[in-house]
Design a binder for this molecule. Sequence first.
Ligand code: NAP
Length: 251
Amino acid sequence: MTGTSPVLLVTGGSRGIGAAVSLGAARQGWAVAVNYVSSKDAAETVVAAIRDAGGEAIAVAGDVGSAGDIESIFAAVDRHFGRLDGLVNNAGVVDVPERIDEMTPQRLDRMFRINVTGSILCAGQAVRRMSTRHGGQGGAIVNVSSMAAILGSAGQYVDYAASKGAIDTFTLGLAREVATEGIRVNAVRPGIIDTDIHASGGLPDRARDLTPLIPMQRPGTADEVADAILYLLGPSATYVTGSILNVSGGR
Ligand code: NAP
């Protein structure tokens, strides 16, 4: 099925920031491929909400920590929509708080495979489809970094912070690499955002506990991060590339 709407792939679109991006993008007229790794029901709920509002969406299973799964995710988008105009590299994981002297190779492998290699491989697939060099129509990529890239996350998860530092550097390099091929590449650095990710790292109250450190004295919402991502994806940002926008309440 090839429609007229621009098509956006959101990795990790089933929950949190990715779900907010998927819903917001659909409201702006994007057809959305909502990727998830294990929460099929949550992804289907996002898809149903988009369709109920008259939009187009599909749920696409796949682990961005697996090169083979990434191929299948993009193949599913090709089969269903026949085009790709945007990618939000949102899927990402933290881990439980550990000092460097406790971290195992397995932990680091998972963290970097999902957060870094996954984002880079997804961007490569998107560039093959969107770049004018490959006969594409251009497009936009937004990577989801973190304020951790700047703050370092000492005593909590320096590996996660380093993975997001890699995303910052990748954003700059890729933006310059494809700047003449119709593709803009930007990133956001969310601060402390109220989603399930903190519980997945064993700290369900992290957003509340860190509130005193946030100049605005509150965590951000997934919708507030989604708004910044949608700006970078959209027609108001046509001269913006290689930029990294902090969405952190001043932190
Ligand atoms: P979340 O609520 O934990 O949601 C994570 C999403 O990513 C889910 O949709 C999950 O799918 C998906 N996902 C996880 N591992 C995946 C994999 N291997 N392959 C495909 N999808 C995968 O997280 P969030 O807080 O919205 O975070 C989204 C992004 O923002 C991440 O990159 C995170 O590092 C970044 N970020 C978050 C914060 C924050 O405070 N929340 C701050 C800075 C940066 P399932 O539903 O199937 O599990």
